[in-house]
Ligand binder design. Structure first.
Ligand code: ATP
Length: 860
């Protein structure tokens, strides 16, 4: 039995994550251990039929073979199921947040630690990649999980992925009115009384100039959701930092909140044995209220982070021009150093600041040779080294050129710019200067026959934000390969670009509006154009909504660093390599590396792709990528692969020039057995593949190379298993029949042929089957009489034909009748058996005899 379990006091993120895990482990049962938070309980009471769960206490613990744990980095949180989690022989898998610390009680390959604000986001990401068929109720639960753990996307830990996952939930039917209802569950009677008591107990402490609120009460009965009450306290008091302590049933529930960088809530929680992040943390303290309170107050000095000052954030040295330098010179310096202004004078005698805007205007008025002092403003904003960051943020916004010189004893020791302030606040800093990078423009222009295509793209790309060659195309160009597809990603409306390009090249476009893609064909070639895609997207079946998104997100969705590069095709930018993940380095080092830790779990077919690239280019997955592939298999997350995708990847892998090593690698990673337990991928199989390949190229060169190879891999499956698996793969009926026939016939042929002594008989027995089965049989046993017949069949017998035909028999006077066929068959039999070596004349002679013979069996 497979069981999914979370922690006691289950909140919506934990509950939603468990519900999401059901999609990854379809046979598993969701077990509830301990109490649910009130809003989760109310939701669950009403919807238990649609989201079936069982109480952990009612499970037969001995029957559990796999335990999927959610938010249980500390296994003690699993309640009754902790013993199961620790029992040898149980396959334990854990999904949790990074921030909850390391999960050192499990091997790392069984653990997925997420960086998203809500764990639900991580799991929704996986589901979105794999199987979008969730019910609106599930989507609602997921949305509640994300809302709850990200404070409706307002917590600093909330990420863009959380927002996208939430949008995905809405697209899949999440019900806003339900979200509103369960998110803001009105307080129950006992919660209201506790909240009143907490408010009445509020006291303040001064920490580094910040007012810290402390609420502490003893309470006679257990009340759920102290963290929710803490949240309400923050709202009611507008406090910037809060400690909330409630002693109930002999222990203290402690919740800490901080909305200011100067107080680190996680330090306070650690003082009581808890954990969390600087903005929100909690602890369960086994002791008395007074002791807890004292421990927190003692920890206060450690929780204080001194505010940053100008000395810590400023840029050094400050650059200067003299008042007599020209406007043009000042402008050149600003451009060269990507500055939005520059100081005038010298460090010991600051005279002013000019902004780039002023310089720009002056140049526009023909004043580039005027001295800077002519345009320099007289007002001057400066600060000292100990000016705090908050003050700097205010000063910088009002200062000319967005820069504030820092003075020590009247001398300039540095300058604080907008970027310095942003960095100090931990906010994103805009990139300065032109995007650096490798230029592969020359390589592009050297590609045979493609220059006119690139020129056409250049001509039509002006209205679009960005136009790039992407993915495998870039990889192949950098590897010096030829014969690659041209894949283009557009930031903007991909179909519009495809149309414009078709017009430019005198071709046609086949658009797929739903996906924002288009194929442009013209007499000389083909280009695939796509709109750069976001992280969360839908499968074809599920009415996709493709959002326009920038290139980086598109690249982030890709499989490996070597496939996650782009080359700009637009204007001045033409040839710039965009390589955010170090793909070029990996290409040079021969490394296949995933972009992030969840890559294989998102899409296990990538393991096949990885093996394919290892095999094709003699590359190697790096250690982490290999470990992640194994972990994905280990966690049982490959079994539910979307079948058509797997078929395509399997066919692609089996269509490469050499496959023996790739197949052994599939075996080594455990993935061959994970996709079907009877798939053969061992050393014998590898050797057999080599023999079958050789036979195919001699005896059936038109046969697609993957088909005999697939027969080799599946030769140990029964016919029923074969058809069942091929059905799941949605393999074409004809391919399935051919492979199944080969697998069924190959082991029988040697027995059938063992007693044959006439060539015609051998051909009669072998011919009705597709050559696939005969090749498989021959590959499996190259010795013995049967092998001799099989080889002779391919090399000689199957090519034997009569030199006469039906019309010759008519000329010899035989009217149309079944005898025509019978006589030709008999003649062929004789010829195969070497009885008619003399060619056409001899065949005609024998035909004459047979026509003249009395009706009856023809065979001598
Ligand atoms: P080849 O066809 O030579 O194996 P390719 O890179 O052109 O290489 P495609 O299957 O055509 O392979 O895919 C095009 C691009 O789409 C890839 O380079 C990769 O960036 C991306 N891609 C394809 N499949 C996946 C996947 N399962 N997950 C993530 N990205 C993928």
């Amino acid at each position: 039995m497979e069981v999914i379990a979370g922690h006691a006091n289950t909140d919506f993120d934990c509950f939603a994550s468990m519900v999401a895990c059901r999609r990854l482990y379809p046979g598993a049962v969701v077990a509830l251990s301990g109490s649910l938070n009130r809003n989760v309980r109310e939701f669950y009471r009403l919807h238990a039929d649609e989201i079936p769960c069982v109480e952990a206490a009612r499970l037969d613990l001995d029957a559990i073979t796999r335990l999927v744990c959610v938010e249980a980095t500390n296994p003690a949180r699993l309640g009754d199921l902790e013993t199961v989690a620790r029992r040898p022989g149980v396959d334990v898998v854990l999904f949790d947040h990074h921030r909850d610390g390391p999960a050192d009680w499990l091997p790392p390959e069984n653990v997925v630690l997420a960086d998203d604000g809500a764990l639900t986001t991580t799991l929704v990401g996986i589901i979105a990649e794999r199987e979008p068929a969730v019910t609106p109720l599930e989507a609602t639960v997921f949305a509640l999980g994300i809302h709850e753990d990200t404070g409706s996307l307002t917590y600093p830990t909330a990420t863009q992925r959380d927002a996208e996952a939430l949008a995905w939930c809405l697209r899949h039917g999440a019900r806003q009115e339900m979200i509103g209802r369960y998110l803001h569950a009105p307080l129950a009677e006992e919660e209201r009384s506790l909240l009143d008591a907490l408010l009445a107990s509020l006291g303040t402490h001064d920490v580094a100039g910040v007012e810290l609120l402390v609420a502490a009460v003893e309470w006679p009965e257990y009340v759920d959701g102290v963290s929710n009450l803490a949240h309400k306290l923050v709202d009611l008091t507008d406090g910037r930092a809060l400690v909330c302590l409630v002693e109930m049933e002999g222990r203290v529930v402690a919740v800490f909140r901080s909305r200011t960088p100067e107080v680190d809530a996680s330090v306070l929680a650690r003082a009581l044995g808890g954990a969390g992040h600087p903005q929100a943390s909690s602890a369960m303290y086994q002791g008395r209220l007074a002791d807890a309170r004292q421990a927190v107050l003692d920890a206060l000095p450690r929780a204080v982070r001194e505010p940053l000052t100008a000395a810590q954030v400023m840029s050094r040295p400050a650059r200067f021009v003299t008042a007599d330098d020209t406007v043009a010179h000042a402008m050149v310096l600003c451009q060269r150093h990507h500055q939005s202004g520059i100081q005038v004078g010298a460090p010991e005698s600051l005279e002013g600041v000019v902004s780039r805007e002023d310089l720009d205007k002056a140049i526009g008025h023909g004043l580039s040779h005027a001295p800077v002092k002519a345009i320099m403003g007289s007002e001057l904003v400066t600060c000292s080294e100990d000016t705090p960051l908050a003050e700097l943020a205010r000063l910088v916004t009002g200062a000319r050129g967005g820069r504030v010189p820092v003075l020590r004893d009247g001398e300039v020791v540095g300058v604080v710019t907008r970027s310095d302030v942003l960095r100090g606040l931990g906010e994103p800093v805009p990139e300065a200067g032109p995007p650096a990078g490798v230029d592969v423009g020359q390589e592009l222009m050297a590609l045979p026959g493609l220059v006119p295509v690139f020129e056409a793209i250049q001509a039509v790309s002006v209205p679009f934000e960005g136009v790039y060659l992407v993915g495998g195309t870039v990889r192949d160009i950098l590897l010096g390969e030829t014969g690659f597809d041209l894949d283009i990603a557009v930031e903007g409306d991909g179909i519009a670009l495809a149309r414009a390009l078709a017009a430019q090249l005198g071709g046609r476009v086949v658009p797929h509006e739903k996906f924002g893609t288009g194929v442009v064909r013209w007499p000389g070639g083909r280009v695939d154009v796509a709109t750069a895609r976001t992280e969360f997207y839908d499968e074809p079946g599920a009415l996709p909504t493709v959002e326009q998104a920038p290139l980086l997100q598109d690249l982030y969705r890709r499989d490996f660093t070597i496939n996650a590069m782009a080359v700009s095709l637009k204007g001045e930018d033409f040839g710039r390599l965009v390589d955010p993940f170090g793909g070029l380095g990996d290409l040079r080092a021969g490394v296949v590396r995933v972009l992030h830790g969840l890559s294989f779990i998102d899409d296990p077919t990538r393991i096949f792709r990885g093996v394919r690239y290892e095999n094709r280019y003699a590359f190697r997955m790096d250690g982490r990528t290999t470990a992640l592939a194994r972990a994905c298999v280990e966690m049982g997350l490959v079994g539910e692969l979307s079948s058509a995708r797997l078929r395509e990847e399997l066919k692609a892998l089996l269509s490469e020039a050499e496959v023996a090593d790739a197949v052994l690698r599939l075996d080594e990673l455990g993935i061959a057995q994970a996709i079907h337990p009877h798939l053969a991928a061992d050393e014998t199989t590898a050797a057999l593949l080599g023999r079958v390949d050789a036979l195919r190229s001699s005896y059936a060169p038109d046969e697609p190379v993957w088909r005999p190879r697939l027969a080799v891999l599946t030769r140990r499956l029964s016919v029923d298993e074969l058809y069942e698996w091929f059905d799941r793969l949605k393999l074409r009926r004809r391919d399935a029949d051919l492979v199944a026939d080969a697998v069924a016939v190959a082991p029988r042929l040697p027995g059938i042929l063992e007693t044959v002594d006439q060539p015609a008989e051998a051909r009669r027995l072998i011919e009705p089957h597709d050559p696939l089965g005969a090749m498989l049989a021959l590959a499996e046993s190259a010795q013995g009489a049967a092998a001799g017949w099989l080889r002779r069949y391919f090399e000689e017998l199957r090519g034997v034909e009569l030199e006469i035909g039906g019309h010759d028999l008519t000329e010899l006077g035989l009217g149309e009748s079944p005898r025509v066929g019978d006589i030709l068959e008999e003649l062929l039999r004789r010829k195969l058996n070497g009885e008619l070596p003399g060619g056409r004349e001899e065949e005609l002679e024998a035909a004459r005899e047979l026509i003249a013979a009395p009706a009856g069996p023809l065979r001598r």
